[in-house]
Design a binder for this molecule. Sequence first.
Ligand code: URP
Ligand code: ZN
Ligand code: ZN
Ligand code: ZN
Length: 484
Amino acid sequence: MSQSILIRGGSVVNADCETRADVLCIDGVIAAVGEGAAALAPAGCEVLDASGQYVVPGGIDPHTHMQLPFMGTVTMDDFYTGTAAAMAGGTTSIIDFVIPNPQQPLLEAYQTWRGWAEKSASDYSFHMAITWWDESVRHDMGTLVREEGINSFKHFMAYKNAIMCDDETLVNSFRRALELGAMPTVHAENGELVYLLQQEVQKMGITGPEGHPLSRPPMVEGEAANRAIAIADVLGVPIYVVHVSCIESAEAIARARARGQRVYGEVLAGHLVVDDSVYRDPDFTKAAAHVMSPPFRPKEHQEALWRGLQSGQLHTTATDHCTFCAEQKRMGAENFAKIPNGTGGVEERMAVLWSAGVNTGRLTPSEWVAITSANAAKLFNIYPKKGCVAVGADADLVLWDPAGTKTLSVKTQHSKGDYNIFEGMALTGVPSHTISQGRLVYANGDLRAVRGAGRYLKRPAFGAGFAAAEKRARELAPTAVVRT
Ligand code: URP
Ligand code: ZN
Ligand code: ZN
Ligand code: ZN
């Protein structure tokens, strides 16, 4: 039976413009936008009154870790609870990560993650992490791109003795990604320096969570960002830096972009509003709850990240949603380096960005749409199917109530995590309704997420930047001197 929703009287906000328009969704797709939409509504169509509200594309969180086995344990949120929480906050798609163990075949890990993700309530996709290198990895990258719709590869430059990539792997993988038209992405932290500093901080007798930021200072991130960007420049491949947390890496991106390099940066909602004072909390549980990498930074870095988003030098916002409970965090009670790294936020991201971004005048509603959905959709090549309110796009929509209020708390969150890094933050501007695949999945506090309703999103290779990169390489290709 056909399922339809008519959204009346709202202000439609896309990344490029804002217009008053009705929106008609039929069978999971946007069927009409504008004046004539109401007239096309079939009999029995559900009608939502959006007067006084914005109608925006469902959020895309391009960086989550649901059900991730990491540092000897597994995250609290699985693909169902994590995506359900996401939809309560207006996020209707996530891009998670397949992370093979070193030496594990990529396709085997991919199948494992696909199995875990079948319970997703929202649509989802995967970046593939490259954690080791040989000919089979090169081969499997091709299969994943051509047959499985993976168009981005992640490289952890930190986590030595676990999933860290050395420069040889970065070079091999970046070159292969370019051939395949897939985006290389990096977690930029110098893993050798982190390893050394972890031992040195321990030797100083600092074993608690306050040692975590001391072992990962901003320049450790800046060095890795500069190195990855330089490698990408030499190879002529675009690059995307995940969770840019500090001035040093934001500047590395801005410098490269000023040189004309295609470099993109992602910012986490947490890094924009939480600072490093949390690590000195006398309560171990609270301090440890904030252990994630890169760590929260002194306040001056937050302003730099906001400026990066405002100026267009940084492009997407994510959460790195990766929840471990207090008991799991206690694995590092004697040694901060053993505290499982990760924090939540998938439910809070859109509203935190609205309150701290739009309400403060840093961002327009359209700029907010760009950094919460449209830019991620463009960079990972699912635009305008996702990230856009337009005829033919997926009916993933949010009715955003700019006057609605909420105080964030672990007590009211949907995530299974037992901590909220935004605890007590009073927000104005919240989602009133979330529509996923043309179905109402959240309405004024009532979450109707359906286990297994989410679809796997295949993302085609050769997004816009790649054709240009290829042309540029041909244009600048060196030639031999023809001598007679
Ligand atoms: O601390 C974090 N970010 N945990 C998840 C793994 C990663 O580095 O993205
Ligand atoms: Zn990371
Ligand atoms: Zn991550
Ligand atoms: Zn527990």
